[in-house]
Design a protein around this ligand. Structure first.
Ligand SMILES: Nc1nc2c(ncn2[C@@H]2O[C@H](COP(=O)(O)OP(=O)(O)OP(=O)(O)O)[C@@H](O)[C@H]2O)c(=O)[nH]1
Ligand SMILES: [Mg+2]
Length: 450
């Protein structure tokens, strides 16, 4: 994802910090300098970075992290919280009309991802039991309506187009007639422009004035750098935006600018687009993204994805084991089997705390499959006792496992080491969850909600 490099740098910084017996003033300065440079290199807005560093410094002084044995851990938490705040704090749900239909208008620059987002959002809401109608109001690009119609067809969802001469009034008319046709939600795709120009702004402002949407979402391209922030500011000056969508957050460019878009505009990010497919959209959770950026994994999103693909009981049981660090190689194996059903392996592994590194070593495509089979072979060559208690796996056992699985001792070493790291991280996450610093997992009554 776009934040990968940032995540790598921050993870390294904190690993170094954790390696110190006590955090000295020099260590703190060095860590904060690293964080600052990492954020700037990721293209996060300068002012936002300054503010964040100042906040962290102030809180670190307040909590007296210096010379404390748990100082490093405290600093990670302070940075985590500051990033969550920068990203907007708690997740902001999409508005819903008291009296249907809920009208959602998508705006944005050309190619930012509006049409795709319209279809993805319709798909997402339908999964939640809603009955969306897609409205094609991009009358400037001849193929734009066809594009939305094609996406609607793929999803089996209705699409209505407006008359080019009456864009605003047609949108309003379709919206007010939607409930009578059984639609509780209307999603309006609008035209994009290369630059923000007056004609464009007037047209979309007219649509918004006529249709009185409950949500006016600006779709920004997470790969567009500071342009994304600038265009968001310009749009917000003309339109009463209620939320942002970060599209293309799966790209590999420096995506940090998009992290500052909330702080600069004050408009909450509500959704995040993570791929070209029509299910690649997620509700935006600042805390989860902060955890991913800080290399803490993203168990909640993983659990949600898992729930879409496996039965809830299995997902919850595994999540619970995760946090209690009782996870064994057997669990890992069955996780891998399920993960295989769930789509791009690397993406999923990155959400498991401590497995980001493994995900990076996994090449894409067929080679990834080979690598997977290797891991499976290694686990299959372990005895039942070894799988349940990896501590047993000493040197001679490693040689036996390598021989049995047709791999090398260093392959086995690597897997065992990564597994141990994963358990260590899970333990930390588990205690964070217990102290209420992580949101409660579904079906885990023992853990309080943050
Ligand atoms: N990788 C990735 N690609 C995306 C995402 N969202 C959109 N795209 C791609 O970005 C390109 C532009 O998307 P559109 O939805 O057509 O963008 P638009 O804003 O409607 O474009 P115009 O109508 O021309 O202004 C397409 O190739 C999409 O497949 C995303 O989240 N990830
Ligand atoms: Mg479009």
């Amino acid at each position: 994802m776009v934040f990968e490099q940032l995540s790598d740098r921050l993870t390294n910084t904190f690993e170094r910090l954790r390696g110190r017996p006590r955090v000295t003033e020099v260590d703190l300065d060095e860590a904060l300098r690293d964080v600052r440079v990492a954020l700037l290199e990721a293209d996060v807005n300068l002012k936002v970075v300054r503010q964040l560093i100042a906040t962290v410094r102030e809180r670190a002084a307040g909590e007296r992290v210096l010379e404390s044995i748990t100082g490093a851990q405290q600093i990670v938490k302070i940075v985590h919280d500051a990033i969550v705040e920068m990203l907007g704090g708690a997740a902001t749900p999409l508005a819903r009309a008291d009296r249907p239909p809920t009208v959602i208008v998508l705006a944005g620059l050309q190619g930012s991802g509006k049409t795709t987002t319209a279809a993805k959002l319709a798909n997402l809401l339908r999964k939640q039991g809603r009955h969306p109608l897609l409205v094609a109001a991009d009358v400037h690009r001849p193929a734009a309506i066809d594009q939305l119609v094609a996406l609607g067809k793929q999803l089996g969802l209705p699409v209505r187009a407006v008359d080019p001469k009456r864009v605003a009034t047609d949108v309003a008319a379709l919206a007010s007639g939607a409930a009578a046709e059984g639609h509780d939600t209307v999603i309006v795709d609008t035209a994009g422009r290369l630059h923000i120009d007056e004609a464009m702004m007037t047209e979309i402002a007219d649509v918004v004035a006529a249709a009185k949407p409950h949500e006016t979402l600006l779709v920004v391209d997470a790969m567009a750098g500071q342009d994304a922030v600038e265009s968001a500011t310009a749009f917000h000056a003309r339109l009463p935006l209620t939320g942002l969508v970060l599209a293309k957050a799966d790209g590999d460019a420096r995506g940090g600018a998009s992290l500052s878009v909330r702080a600069v505009t004050g408009v909450p990010v509500k959704l995040i687009g993570t791929g070209e497919k029509l299910d690649a959209i997620e509700v935006f959770h600042p805390d989860r993204l902060a955890q991913r950026i800080l290399g803490m994994g993203d168990i909640l999103t993983l659990v949600e994805r898992a729930q879409e693909h496996m039965d809830e009981k299995t997902a919850e049981a595994q999540a619970k084991k995760f946090l209690e660090a009782q996870f064994t190689f057997d669990d890992f194996y069955s996780q891998l089997q399920q993960v295989k059903k769930m789509g791009p392996l690397g993406d999923l592994l990155k959400m498991i705390p401590g497995l980001g590194g493994l995900a990076k070593q996994l090449p894409e495509g067929p080679e990834a499959e080979r690598e997977m089979r290797k891991i499976e072979a290694i686990i299959s060559s372990m005895t039942k006792a070894e799988r349940a208690d990896p501590v047993l796996i000493n040197g001679s056992r490693r040689r036996r496992i390598a021989a049995g699985s047709g791999t090398t001792v260093s392959d086995v070493n690597r897997l065992v080491k990564q597994f141990a790291e994963m358990r260590k991280l899970m333990k930390q996450m588990g205690s964070m969850a217990k102290s209420g610093r992580l949101p409660r997992l579904p079906g885990m009554p023992g853990l309080p909600r943050a």
